[in-house]
Structures are given as structure tokens and as C-alpha cells.
Design a protein around this ligand. Structure first.
Ligand code: PLP
Length: 394
């Protein structure tokens, strides 16, 4: 019999009932160190006092009115995002997938408005942009598209890192190039700064819009507010979600005036997008994450964690192959099956997240302390010992 919850997820046998900072309490009372943060969502950890206050204060005032009216919390968050980024304008969504949908629509509408329609969108191998029909067609992986055809046309797929294929794919027919500056689900693969700069130049040559998917790598995750800032170039359109709501469902599409202008009244909408509760929390998240001192702390913790992981790779060559990533978006490429390493982590009360390419992801809350980072490394060290012992016994 089919379970009451449609079983599209393979769930770990864990039920968390309470969270505080980087710690989660299981229903049996065990305390887990959370190096997953709900897949890079709980940017400020669990139950951060500023977010609890923003949410409860708004809950007592007003929950929902619809986008038929002005929403001051939405206005304030949009102004803050515009002030801190390349963008001139923002549309709020409820998820990364919805941000992908709008980014695709916006790119095509831009070219339609030019009077020279272009529909092709160039994407990359190993990408993940969400689970809607457009988002799975954009990423194009067989695992996500099988059985869901016919797929939305217009996406051109280029293997990750294949510069020649990229040059051939981006032409006068290309509406936009869509890429994650750091691939998340694809296995924590970092796009080198010079490649992002080259991509920007290629887009400028051909007129194609540059769309960045910063749903996972944005909102302070890499130690800058947005990952592309490291390369010193700006996109035309950017997708955001995950960390921006700190655990409350919220996403956004940020755009330059040029890219966003054709999206006039009636061209897009969302019942919940930019709802007062979501934006009140989003504003509280931004007020903390956008602080230079906060981002400096993220970079310090990232350096500490990365150095510790490099030593783990050196001491466990049978278990780990390599450390990858940027900031607090780190991946351990494994020699043993990543799922086994993750399971051994659960036994040590440590939460990690799997990714493609046999990678274990570490996406801790950005508020992780020095001691918590040390503790995570100790638990990972014990988990690696246990995973190796289990593999030898098998
Ligand atoms: C998670 C993710 C998405 C999809 O976001 P949802 O909120 O699950 O719809 C899109 N792009 C990237 C890079 C992601 O990590």
C-alpha cells in the first residue's frame, strides 16, 4: 500500500523534534551536530533569536494579504537586496524551483521585447536547478527527467568544464547562459573565478544574458554575500532561495533594470511570493548575513574547517580522496561509498548531506563556532574509522 506521504524521498531513520543553533535533538533524546542545515537553508542555525522574534512579531500583526496590495516587508527586503547587490529589482518566490521558472521566463521575455526573439538557454552537466518541468529540462539529467517527457525544449547542455563546447554552444541564438557558481547537488564543484569572468565576456560578445543560480551558494555561504562577488563580475539575473529565508520558505529572482524591465504588470505572479511572514524573516536574515564582520567570521570558520578536512583526507586515504568547495560549502569526495560515510556520521551524531559524484557535503549553519567546527572534525574522524572498519569486515 502506498504510504500517506508520497514516498519520493529515501529518508534516513531520524526524526528531529527540536533545534538550537547547530544542534538538533532526535525524538530519542540524542543531540546531533548539524552540518547539513536543512541543505544550506538554516543559514543562521535553528531557532536563531532574531528570526524567532521577526516571525512571531509578524505573526501577531499580519500573515497574508496577496500581491494585489503593497507589502512593506517585501518592499524593505527588496530595497536591502538591491542596495547590497548588482540588482535593480527583485521578484519574490517561495523556492529555488520557482526562481528558476522566472529566470527562464525573464530571459526569453527580454529577447522577445528586443524584437529579436531568442529562446535557447545554455546549461551545464551536473547542474541542479529544481524539479519543475522547466528546471528538470534545464539540468537535463536522465535521473530527473526519465518518465516526464516531452521535456520543455530550448535547453542546450554543455559538459561541465568543456570550454570548446561552451564556445560552440553560445551563439546569436542564445537567450541566456544559466550556471551555478558552485554546483551543489552535482558534487560541490567550484567554477573557477577566471571561468566565470570568461563566461561573462562570452555573454557580452553574443548578447546572451548571464543567469546565476545562487540558490545554494548564495546568502553568505562562500564567505561573500553572493559567490560571484569573488570573481568581480555581475550577472544579469540571479536566482536565490534556501538561505535567504533561514528556514522559512522564501526565494527571489534579482535582475538588472535591463533584464527585468520587460516583465511588466501581468507577465508573472505568485500568490504567496513575498508574503509578509516570509519577508519579515528574510529581512532579519539579511540584516545579519550582509554584515562584513559576519562574513569575515564565515571565512575564518571556512578556513579552519577546510584545513581540518585536508588533514582528515591525509589520515584516512582509504576513505577520502579530496576536499572541494568554497567557504562553508564543502565537499569530501569519498573512496568508500559516500552513503556509508554519511551513515557512519549518523552513528556519531553528525549530520552531513550526500551529493552526486560520491561526495559528502558539509553545509553547516554560517553561525558555526570554532568549537563546533572542531567537534564536527572529531566526529568525522571517528566516522571515517568506523566506515573503514565496516568496509573491511564486509
Ligand atoms: C535546491 C536548489 C534548487 C531548487 O530549490 P527548491 O527550493 O528545492 O525548489 C535550485 N538550484 C540549486 C542550485 C539548488 O541547490
Amino acid at each position: 500500500m502506498i504510504p500517506p506521504v508520497l514516498p519520493t524521498y529515501n529518508r534516513a531513520p531520524l526524526t528531529f523534534v527540536k533545534g538550537e543553533g547547530a544542534w538538533l535533538t532526535e525524538s530519542d533524546g540524542r543531540r546531533f551536530l548539524d552540518m547539513g542545515a536543512g541543505i544550506a537553508v538554516n543559514a543562521l542555525g535553528h531557532a536563531h533569536p532574531a528570526l524567532v522574534e521577526a516571525l512571531t512579531r509578524q505573526a501577531e500583526k499580519l500573515w497574508h494579504v496577496s500581491n494585489l496590495y503593497h507589502i512593506p516587508e517585501q518592499q524593505a527586503l527588496a530595497e536591502r537586496l538591491v542596495a547590497e547587490t548588482f540588482a535593480d529589482t527583485v521578484f519574490f518566490t517561495n523556492s529555488g524551483t520557482e526562481s528558476c521558472e522566472l529566470a527562464v521566463k525573464m530571459a526569453r521575455k527580454y529577447w522577445h521585447a528586443q524584437g529579436t526573439p531568442r529562446s535557447e538557454i545554455v546549461t551545464f552537466g551536473g547542474a541542479f536547478h529544481g524539479r519543475s518541468t522547466a528546471a528538470i529540462a534545464a539540468a537535463g539529467s536522465e535521473k530527473m527527467t526519465a518518465g516526464f517527457g516531452p521535456l520543455m525544449p530550448g535547453f542546450v547542455h554543455v559538459p561541465w568544464g568543456d570550454h570548446e563546447a561552451l564556445r560552440a554552444a553560445v551563439t546569436e541564438r542564445t537567450a541566456a547562459v544559466l550556471i551555478e557558481p558552485v554546483q551543489g547537488e552535482g558534487g560541490i564543484r567550484v567554477l573557477p573565478d577566471q571561468c566565470l569572468r570568461g563566461l561573462r565576456a562570452l555573454c557580452d560578445e553574443t548578447g546572451a544574458l548571464l543567469v546565476l543560480d545562487e540558490v545554494q551558494c548564495g546568502m553568505g555561504r562562500t564567505g561573500r554575500l553572493f559567490a560571484h562577488e569573488w570573481a568581480g563580475v555581475a550577472p544579469d539575473i540571479m536566482m536565490v532561495a534556501k538561505g535567504i529565508g533561514g528556514g522559512f520558505p522564501l526565494g527571489a529572482v534579482l535582475a538588472t533594470e535591463t533584464a527585468g524591465a520587460p516583465m511588466t504588470a501581468g507577465t508573472h505572479g505568485s500568490t504567496y511570493g513575498g508574503n509578509p511572514l516570509a519577508c519579515a524573516v528574510g529581512l532579519a536574515v539579511m540584516e545579519i548575513v550582509a554584515q562584513p564582520e559576519f562574513l569575515a567570521e564565515v571565512r575564518a570558520r571556512a578556513g579552519q574547517l577546510r584545513q581540518g578536512l585536508e588533514s582528515l583526507v591525509a589520515t584516512h586515504p582509504e576513505v577520502f580522496e579530496q576536499v572541494r568547495g568554497a567557504g562553508l560549502m564543502l565537499g569530501l569526495k569519498c573512496r568508500l561509498p559516500a552513503a556509508e560515510v554519511m551513515k557512519a556520521g549518523f552513528a556519531e551524531e553528525l549530520i552531513t548531506v550526500p551529493a552526486a559524484d560520491n561526495v559528502v557535503r558539509l553545509l553547516p549553519p554560517l553561525t558555526l563556532t570554532t568549537e563546533e567546527a572542531e567537534e564536527a572534525l572529531r566526529r568525522l574522524d571517528r566516522a571515517a574509522d568506523a566506515a573503514r572498519a565496516a568496509a573491511r569486515a564486509a
